[in-house]
Write a protein that binds this ligand. Structure first.
Ligand SMILES: O=P(O)(O)OC[C@H]1O[C@](O)(COP(=O)(O)O)[C@@H](O)[C@@H]1O
Length: 338
């Protein structure tokens, strides 16, 4: 298969109008925090058990077309010795890999951040492909304050995303481009709309400069919401603001927009996705790439006990199914209690 055919096949396997992405790529620090919330130690064995349980939940492939894995998971096997990426592929879930190496302050742009990991990326991708990964993900993070993001923050982060995406495409790996505008703070929904629009505009300008093929990438943005210190906005309002900003800044050539959950509660993230899909015909598929919003109930059901594996899987399947219904605009709050 040519590189172009590989990219096209991966997009076709991941974008079908009814399924989204499970983000299970928490880095070591983040997964330790998540496990800590249920009093479980983050050992390699616990991470393996938990992630193998997620990927082998029977029927997950009905609602999920891709899973983002952390490097460690790509090399792990289940109790029967099956590599975890193969477990996913067996359910028609395309395995992918987080390739960024975390973030730190951006010098010269106080309050802004920048993500590391471009050096050696091409070589790493070749190895990940051998382990089964067909797409990659890279996250840039933008805090909102009265002064942030700065102009330098906007351009530097966009440049990183574009360089990463171009390297991925040249190796036949579909890039997920994730500019995450953080919910932290007490900013208004209007301010969030303004920042997200600036971010997306700058990102697509950079993608264009670097010759990234928009038809062969996925966008993973934040939804436009008020800051976490304020009351959440109703789903219809989140949908209106998000859609307005997306239409202004994201070219129609992008096949799918898979939102991150970014600290929204599981039910909130589903209701917002549903409202977005009820609003009006969008040029892109509007889907999910949730981490916390898919996994929180599964983690709670598990509690680190192997006998709770079926409950963990049922909790994941429920959220995956409801988010699939939200993609169709068919989700109702009453379904939460069914
Ligand atoms: O900070 P980390 O460990 O790299 O990961 C952050 C997480 O944020 C995400 O990008 C989105 O997850 P959420 O839906 O929980 O916001 C995940 O893909 C990733 O696991």
């Amino acid at each position: 298969m040519s590189v172009n055919e590989e990219l096209q096949q991966t997009i076709a396997d991941m974008v079908d109008g009814r399924r989204g992405i499970l983000a299970a790529d928490e880095s070591s620090g983040t997964i330790a925090k998540r496990f800590d919330s249920i009093g479980v130690e983050s050992t390699e064995e616990n991470r393996r058990f938990y992630r193998a349980a997620l990927l082998s939940a029977e029927g997950l492939g009905e609602y999920v077309s891709g899973v983002i894995l952390f490097e460690e998971t790509l090399g792990q096997v289940d109790d029967a010795g099956t590599p975890l990426p193969e477990l996913a592929a067996a359910q028609k879930i395309v395995p992918g890999i987080k390739v960024d190496k975390g973030k730190g302050p951006l010098p010269g742009a106080s309050g802004d951040m920048i993500t590391y990991g471009l050096d050696g990326l091409a070589e790493r991708l070749a190895g990940y492909k051998e382990q089964g990964a067909r797409f990659a993900k890279w996250r840039e993070v933008y805090p909102i304050s009265p002064d942030n993001p700065t102009r330098l923050g906007l351009t530097a982060n966009a440049e990183m995303l574009a360089r990463y995406a171009a390297v991925c495409q040249s190796h036949g790996v579909v890039p997920i481009v994730e500019p995450e505008v953080l919910m932290d703070g007490d900013h208004s929904i209007e301010r969030s709309a303004e920042v997200n629009e600036q971010v997306w505009h700058e990102v697509f300008h950079a993608l264009h400069r670097h010759g990234v093929v928009l038809e062969q990438m996925l966008l993973k943005p934040s939804m436009v919401t008020p800051g976490k210190d304020r009351d959440p906005a109703p789903p219809e309002q989140v949908a209106e603001y998000t859609m307005r900003s997306l239409r202004r800044a994201v070219p129609a050539a992008v096949p799918s927009i898979n939102f991150l959950s970014g600290g929204q509660g599981p039910e909130e993230a589903t209701a917002n996705l549903n409202a977005l899909n009820q609003l009006w015909q969008a040029p892109w598929q509007l889907s999910f790439s949730y981490g916390r919003a898919l996994q929180e109930p599964a983690l709670k059901a598990w509690q680190g006990k192997s006998e709770n594996r079926p409950a963990l899987q049922q909790a994941l399947l429920k959220r995956a199914r409801l988010n699939h219904l939200a993609m169709l605009g068919d989700y109702k709050e009453s379904m939460e209690r069914e």
